[in-house]
Structures are given as structure tokens and as C-alpha cells.
Ligand binder design. Structure first.
Ligand code: NPW
Ligand code: ADP
Length: 491
């Protein structure tokens, strides 16, 4: 299932639409039930403590308490006073089940958590405005102490104290083992330190009119079936001339490996022919790669009339890469710009067949901001880059964001072992290979990122943190088969 990513403004807009249609009550009911099911699964029949804040997040917790009580679980509930109509209504409904609701204080949390197998955090959701007020800060501290003593914590929507839009927690927050997110994800559940506090994230899809969630979403996270549908299917009589002629323009003395890794990535992602154009001597890494050395690569590029189907430029190229990149961009061919070709002076030079692939440091250089600004909010940074540079932008990370003229995608997966030099060079080659096989820039970017991440997952099983970019390349064929369910023989 393709998942949606929301900002608080999107959640509020969706709430308003639900309310106007008389559907907010059933929506909260669905969320509460999904939370109750998750809590029951975690508790294995043991007591569950539910904490309800003053907003709709608290209402979700009160609905969950009602379901759990109805299923015969031992429930303990502590709630803040609320002005939220639906939250108040659900508190009244809970009373009919004979469940007593205690006052939400830090001392009560500590007391009731004792012996509770699961604690449900329904204190704050997307309506939280940092900083955390003192009375709730002490409650959050009590929740985390209970977790330290062995109680499992399940957060509703996002751990209380996280700012939904930011990868950086504004301060202390609940640390959850599981987070159940109604309708879709929030940026804080995907990126950075914030995401590490959410534990395992489960999206609770609600029954909504089909376009409503899509209409309010800030980005989407396509599933593997959607990505697999983008991958090319070859005719049975395909030959190397129809599978894409790819050039890798990169490599300077001391940095030739970067170009070689991109070349390997392109070969393993199905390119028919791959040629490295380099100003340095490139060692024979694999006999399938063709290597052409140029004394003056810039001069050669400016003068040659030869053209491939796709180009990747910048890997290990060193100073002067922007000039070469500008020449290549002038050809209007499907192009990947990576590493040294990612220079601010190329702003506006992109076209609709090109893909820029910065990591956060390169993105910061392109935008003229600090790296922390990029990593705090990768969705905004990726969109800013796309608007400034044109074409499609892949802001790399775990996970990566793909910004294209029609919106943004977040790509799932990968492995922490991929935090290793050369991994981005491989990705540049993969995307170039997909461009060479006829994919649009946006589709090649999304499919390339997911293929690369899936290959990383496969290599991670074998090599753990010791995996290298070459190991990832070696798994690209298997990753392709994983995504397509073994297809790819030809039609
Ligand atoms: N369509 C959907 O996706 C659906 C979403 N749903 C749910 O709705 C949730 C959003 O609900 P929401 O808007 O009521 O916000 P939420 O976070 O519960 O509470 C806000 C309250 O927190 C308080 N507060 C704020 N800042 C604070 C601070 N610094 N320090 C301390 N307190 C602070 C403030 O209290 P007050 O100042 O009024 O006392 C305010 O009233 C969402 O996360 C999801 O769970 C489902 O129910 C249905 C479908
Ligand atoms: N922890 C991680 N989880 C998932 N993917 C990761 C992780 N760390 C790195 N990657 C991926 O590895 C690649 C690293 O790219 P980059 O930093 O440009 O490497 P290099 O410049 O060394 O080639 C990106 O595609 C990124 O998404």
C-alpha cells in the first residue's frame, strides 16, 4: 500500500473535512480500535494503562480504552480535562463500560504503570506546539521511566513531545516501542533522531473517500508494487543496443574508484553498454566496462559529436566539474548529476530529463544553508532544490526524498551498512542505467533509489555493517527480481 505523509496542517484540514461530513466520530472510532488491537497484541492479556491528553489524540486513547475494556482486558485510564467535544463524548461513553478515569499527574502515571504491561501514549499528537509545558514534561518523564522499568510504550500518531514536521525533537519526548499513525505518516516518523523515538511505525489506514488523504498529503511513500510497475520489461529479442548506452563522466587522479563504482552500478542495473570517460587512468575493475581516457575531458566533451542514451557526471571528477556538467546539460539528454557536479552555479540549468543526487552536505552547499537545516526537514529541502535547479532531485539519506515537478516521494528501506563511501556513486550509475532504458527522470529516480536500497538490504544480510558499494552492486540483479516477483525474462 502506498502511504501518505502529512503535516499537521494537512491533518487539521482532513479533520475539518471529516467533521463537515459527519465522519470525524467514525474516524476516531477506527483509530481507537486500531490502537486497541495493537495494544492487545503487545500486552498478551496483561493490564494496559492509557493516558489521554486534552485534544483528539486523547480521544483516540479513550476509544481504545473502551474497546479493550469491552474485550475483557484490564484497563487503567488517566486523562486530562478536555474542551474537545469528541474527546469529552468518548470519556462519557467509557463511563458506561464501568471504567474509572483518574486524574493525569506524574505520580499517578508512575503508580498505575506499575504492573501495566503496556502504556498507551495519547497525550499529544499533531496539535502539539513546542515547547512542552512543565506539567506534561513531568508526565513524559514518568512515561519514559516506566519504559525503562519494562513497560512497553505504544504511541498514538507520534510520541508525545515530537514536533510532527521535524526530524529534530524540540526537547524530551516519549520514547515509544510502537507508534500507530492514523491515515498516514508524519515527517517526524520518517527522519532523523525523531524517527528513532517512534519505534516500529504502523499506519492505520482509515475508511475515507478515495481522494481525501491524497488531497491533503505532503508527500507519498510508494510501495514496492508501485515501484516495480515502473521498471522496464524487455522484448525477448533485446540486444545491447536497445538496453541503453550509458556514459559515466568522472574520476580524477586519486578518485577513479568513484567513476568505476558508478559504472558497475550501471551495468548491474541493466545498461546495455557502459563507457567511463575519465581524465585519469582507471584500473580494470570489470572487463565489461569500457574505459576512455581523455587528457582534457572538458575539451573533449565540448567538441565531440558522439552521444549516448544517458550520462552520469560528477563522481570523483574534482574541481571544474560544474563546467563539464554544464556542457552535458546542454545536450538535453537524460543525465544524472552527482558529487562534484553538484554546484550552486548550476542553479536553473536543469531540464526535465535530469536528476540531481545530493546527500545532505551537498544539498546544503547547493542551497547555501547549513547541513542541519537540510536534515531537520528533508521534504522542504528537497522541494527547494527542485524548484531552484529544475529536473528531479534525489535528496539521499535513510530514507531518501525524491522531489519532482508533480510532488514528492519518500523511498523506504536500505540498511545502516550503506553508510559507507562509494554508495552514492553506485546509485548515480543505477539511475543513469534506468534513464538509458527509457524511464522518465522521476521514474528512474524513484525506481533507482528503491532498487539500490533493496540491494543494500540484501547485501546487509550477508555483510552487516561491513558491506561495501561493490557488494550492493552485486545484489542489484537480485533486488530487481525481488521487486518484480521474478519477472524480467522478456515479453
Ligand atoms: N484525520 C486524522 O488524521 C485524524 C486524527 N486524529 C487524531 O487527532 C490528533 C490531533 O488532534 P488535536 O488537533 O486535537 O491535537 P492533539 O495533539 O491531540 O492535542 C492538542 C492539545 O494539546 C495541548 N498542547 C499543545 N501544545 C502543548 C504544549 N506545548 N504543552 C502541553 N500541552 C500542549 C493543547 O491543550 P490546551 O492548550 O488546549 O490545554 C491542545 O488542546 C492526531 O494526532 C490524531 O491522534 C483522529 O482522532 C481522527 C483522524
Ligand atoms: N542508514 C542508511 N539507510 C539507508 N540508506 C542509506 C543509509 N546510509 C546511506 N544510505 C544510502 O547510501 C547512499 C550514500 O550516498 P553518498 O553519501 O553520496 O555516498 P558517496 O558520496 O560515498 O558515494 C545514499 O543513496 C543513501 O540513501
Amino acid at each position: 500500500m502506498t502511504e501518505f505523509v502529512f503535516r499537521p496542517a494537512g491533518v487539521a484540514a482532513l479533520d475539518a473535512r471529516l467533521e463537515a461530513a459527519g465522519l470525524l466520530d467514525p474516524a476516531m472510532e477506527e483509530v481507537g480500535r486500531a490502537v486497541a488491537e495493537a495494544a492487545q497484541g503487545l500486552a498478551g492479556g496483561g493490564p494496559v494503562l492509557l493516558l489521554a491528553g486534552s485534544g483528539a489524540n486523547g480521544g483516540d486513547a479513550l476509544v481504545a480504552a473502551r474497546y479493550l475494556a469491552g474485550w475483557g482486558a484490564e484497563v487503567r485510564v488517566l486523562a486530562a480535562p478536555s474542551r474537545h467535544a469528541l474527546t469529552r463524548l468518548n470519556r462519557e461513553r467509557l463511563a458506561a463500560f464501568g471504567v474509572e478515569v483518574g486524574e493525569l499527574t506524574p505520580g499517578a502515571v508512575t503508580r498505575e504503570a506499575w504492573g501495566s504491561v503496556v502504556l498507551v501514549d495519547g497525550l499529544l499528537g499533531t496539535g502539539f506546539q513546542p515547547p512542552l509545558r512543565l506539567e506534561l514534561a513531568a508526565v513524559v518523564e514518568a512515561v519514559n521511566a516506566a519504559r525503562g522499568a519494562g513497560t512497553r510504550v505504544l504511541a498514538i500518531d507520534l510520541p508525545s513531545g515530537l514536533d510532527a514536521t521535524s526530524a529534530v525533537p524540540p526537547g524530551e519526548s516519549v520514547r515509544a516501542d510502537v507508534t500507530v499513525a492514523p491515515v498516514g505518516l508524519k515527517p517526524a516518523l520518517l527522519f532523523g533522531e525523531a524517527a528513532t523515538r517512534a519505534g516500529e511505525v504502523r499506519v492505520a489506514a482509515l475508511a475515507l473517500p478515495p481522494d481525501w488523504a491524497a488531497g491533503e498529503a505532503w508527500a507519498t511513500r510508494p510501495d514496492d508494487a508501485a515501484v516495480a510497475a515502473l521498471l522496464p520489461v524487455r522484448r525477448a529479442d533485446a540486444h545491447k543496443g536497445t538496453a541503453g548506452d550509458v556514459w559515466i563522466v568522472g574520476g580524477a587522479p586519486g578518485m577513479v574508484g568513484a567513476a568505476a563504482l558508478a559504472g558497475l552500478g550501471a551495468l548491474r542495473a541493466g545498461a546495455g553498454r557502459v563507457t567511463l570517460h575519465s581524465g585519469a587512468e582507471v584500473p580494470l575493475v570489470t572487463p565489461e566496462l569500457m574505459v576512455r581516457r581523455h587528457g582534457d575531458p572538458g575539451g573533449w566533451l565540448a567538441g565531440t559529436g558522439e552521444r549516448p542514451d544517458a550520462v552520469a557526471v560528477g563522481m570523483g571528477l574534482g574541481p571544474g566539474a560544474a563546467g563539464l556538467a554544464r556542457t552535458v546539460l546542454g545536450w538535453g539528454l537524460p543525465t544524472v548529476l552527482d558529487a562534484d557536479a553538484l554546484q550552486p552555479e548550476l542553479a536553473g540549468a536543469g531540464h526535465d530529463r535530469c536528476v540531481w543526487t545530493p546527500h545532505p552536505g551537498e544539498a546544503a552547499r547547493l542551497l547555501g544553508v547549513g547541513t542541519a537545516e537540510v536534515t531537520r526537514d528533508p521534504l522542504t529541502a528537497a522541494r527547494g532544490l527542485q524548484e531552484r535547479f529544475g529536473g528531479v532531485v534525489v535528496l539521499k539519506g535513510g530514507p531518501s526524498v525524491i522531489a519532482h515537478p508533480g510532488g514528492r516521494w519518500v523511498s523506504r528501506g536500505g540498511h545502516p551498512g550503506m553508510a559507507s563511501a562509494g554508495m552514492g556513486d553506485t546509485l548515480a550509475g543505477v539511475i543513469a542505467a534506468l534513464l538509458g532504458q527509457g524511464l522518465s527522470a522521476a521514474d528512474a529516480a524513484l525506481a533507482g533509489v528503491r532498487l539500490h536500497a533493496r540491494a543494500g538490504e540484501r547485501a546487509g544480510i550477508r555483510h552487516g555493517y561491513g558491506l561495501t558499494a561493490t557488494d550492493v552492486s552485486a545484489q542489484l540483479g537480485g533486488a530487481w527480481l525481488d521487486l518484480t516477483g521474478g519477472a524480467g525474462r522478456g515479453c
